[in-house]
Design a protein around this ligand. Structure first.
Ligand code: SOE
Length: 374
């Protein structure tokens, strides 16, 4: 089986997804073959350059026409958030399968509309929360499912970056609520909410505080003209899970020195797990089954063949994987499910569930009270 793909968006995520399709063809021979048909962008020259550099057969600036092409099976949406809703609706109308960047929508209403559209169209859908498929994180999920942590009491996660701290940094789409939906919350918080859902349970109730530290930014680099920032720079959340666990989640673009620090710790009755993307091949695991005199966190290097998720497809044992592999694994699992008809997550239903949490977090930050996730 081969799958003919069109990808929308030429920037960071467009590049990350493009390399994933190429790597699947190279390293995952059991997956359907990917035909990288066309990449779509706004600027004709930049899009042509991206097509050449990333390995797409063609470049186009006509997103709507590409959605309806007969020689496309799957569309991959890597655009800013405000394009997700119109593109997903059009893709569903054209009966294309869809991969979409996170968070699903800019608002709960959009996410509901998109989830309904794909379900009515009967197309397959996948949301790119790539961190589920860092092998150490997939291994964490396996250990939890096997009961190695026992009953989970705590899930705590933090996703820290620092790229927005300079007041000289100009207004970007990421600072505009109409274009991005929210700031650190949707961009980074949605990832750790997804991990919380994946590794712990559904979040049922939230309290939160959000802050915007830089309230206006130069309209263009170096300009005196300022534009208002309409999203959060940072958010902290306290959450309750359906299984009774308590959680704390923090997402910020103002953690000086932190570039992409995405970390969690989970504590259960029989074990604890700790992960940090800055050492993404490692999973720290403590087991209450160990003798007291050797109790402590052990460091698992999660890339040995026959033992660890996805390792069979890569290099020799312990030869270490990176950020980009998480996209390759995600794309592989989605394509494989497409071929087999099997389940694959996170899909748009998971994205909608995530969006309900994002919505409740904003509501709780305004009300100063605990809010139900509904
Ligand atoms: C923001 O800096 C960003 O690129 C997010 O948009 C991604 O989702 C995250 O994985 C890395 O950081």
């Amino acid at each position: 089986m081969s799958v003919r793909v069109a990808l929308f968006g030429t920037k960071f995520m467009g590049k990350a997804h493009s390399q994933a399709y190429r790597s699947v063809n190279m390293f995952f021979p059991e997956a359907p073959r990917v035909e990288m048909k066309v990449i779509v962008g706004r600027d004709p020259e930049q899009t042509k350059e991206a097509a050449n550099a990333y390995g797409w057969e063609e470049a186009s600036t006509d997103w709507r026409a590409v959605m309806h092409r007969k020689d496309i099976d799957l569309v991959d949406i890597c655009t800013p958030g405000d394009w997700h809703d119109p593109m997903v609706l059009e893709a569903a109308k054209a009966k294309k399968h869809i991969v979409c960047e996170k968070p699903l929508g800019n608002t709960l209403e959009e996410a509901m509309r998109m989830a309904a559209a794909v379900s009515e169209a009967g197309v397959r859908h996948f949301l790119m929360h790539n961190y589920r498929r860092v092998p150490a994180v997939t291994l964490a999920k396996k250990l939890i499912d096997e009961g190695r942590l026992g009953r989970i009491f705590h899930f705590r996660a933090r996703y820290l970056q620092d790229w927005a701290m300079s007041p000289e940094l100009q207004m970007l789409w990421r600072f505009d609520k109409n274009l991005a939906g929210s700031g650190a919350l949707g961009d980074l918080g949605s990832h750790i909410i997804d991990l919380a859902h994946y590794l712990c349970d559904d979040i049922t109730e939230v309290s939160s505080a959000m802050a915007t530290y830089i309230k206006e930014r130069p309209a263009v680099p170096g300009s005196e003209e300022k534009k208002p920032v309409t999203v959060d720079d940072a958010v902290v959340m306290c959450v309750r899970f359906a299984n009774g666990a308590l959680g704390t989640l923090e997402a910020t673009r103002f953690a000086l020195g932190r570039k992409n620090h995405n970390a969690f710790e989970i504590n259960g009755s029989k074990g604890s797990l700790s992960f940090d993307l800055e050492n993404l091949n490692n999973l720290d695991f403590l087991s209450a089954d160990d003798n007291d005199d050797v109790e402590g966190f052990r460091r698992i290097i999660a890339c040995s063949k026959g033992k660890h998720p996805y390792a069979d497809h890569w290099w020799a044992d312990g030869h270490i994987l990176g950020y980009e592999h998480s996209f390759t694994h995600s794309v592989n699992d989605f394509l494989t499910a497409l071929a087999s008809g099997g389940e694959v997550h996170p899909d748009f239903e998971d994205g909608l569930k995530n969006q309900k949490v994002l919505h409740a977090v904003e509501k709780a930050s305004r009300s100063g009270r605990w809010e139900q996730v509904v």
